[in-house]
Write a protein of this length. Structure first.
Length: 211
């Protein structure tokens, strides 16, 4: 039975509610310390309902990563929404990618995926695909269209550009050398959270002249 005072949720609505609760439990306690009991309590549902949707903690964890991927990609969007001028669109897209990756909950998710990479390689692969591969693909498609580049060249350029923008600060943040962004990473705070001027200089010296 559902807990007294809790809203009655069914089907897909309940599944998503459980995933959001599970995401918070995993991020707060880590995979090993997280329990299905704790997730059920946080979600305000019964263990029977929880296991009806997710047969094991491993399956639940993989589904949480799918949810994180969905939320992340919906927030990141694609380069053309950031500016009409191509170089500025690329600059802000790369900056937004960095901003989202060094946000504290995302940093904890990355650490969690690394910690479980050996035991659950599927989870770390899913995280990498969501955070890096799909982002590279979105930028590569944009470069192909706006700069009339062949797909191989645009893919190489997108990977190089994003890696140069993101990896130094991400590594420092993962190792606690630099603090993660604690507030919600709103797009309006982009210039405060990342060095857009430095990214703009890198983009201007990396991209070919727009056609």
């Amino acid at each position: 039975m559902e807990r007294a005072g809790e809203p009655q949720r069914r089907g897909e609505q309940l599944r998503r509610h459980i995933l959001i609760a599970a995401k918070n439990v995993f991020l707060e306690t880590g995979y090993e310390r997280a329990s299905m009991d704790a997730v059920a309590v946080r979600a305000g549902t019964s263990k029977r309902s929880l296991y009806a949707h997710f047969e094991s903690k491993d399956r639940l964890f993989l589904a949480v990563l799918d949810l994180i991927r969905e939320l992340y990609l919906n927030t990141l969007k694609t380069p053309e929404v950031y500016a009409d001028e191509p170089a500025e669109a690329v600059t802000r897209f790369c900056g937004r990618f960095l901003q989202l990756l060094v946000w504290e909950p995302q940093v904890r998710t990355c650490r969690l995926s690394i910690a479980e990479a050996e035991r659950l390689p599927g989870s770390s692969n899913a995280y990498f695909d969501a955070m890096f591969v799909t982002t590279h693909e979105r930028l590569s498609v944009y470069l192909t269209e706006r700069y009339e580049m062949d797909r191989e060249s645009s893919a190489t350029l997108a990977r190089d550009l994003l890696d140069r923008v993101v990896l130094p600060r991400l590594l420092r943040t993962l190792l606690n050398v630099e603090k993660a962004i604690e507030h919600s990473p709103e797009e309006k705070a982009l210039a405060e959270d990342v060095d857009l001027a430095a990214i703009r200089r890198l983009v201007s010296t990396t991209l070919p002249a727009a056609s």
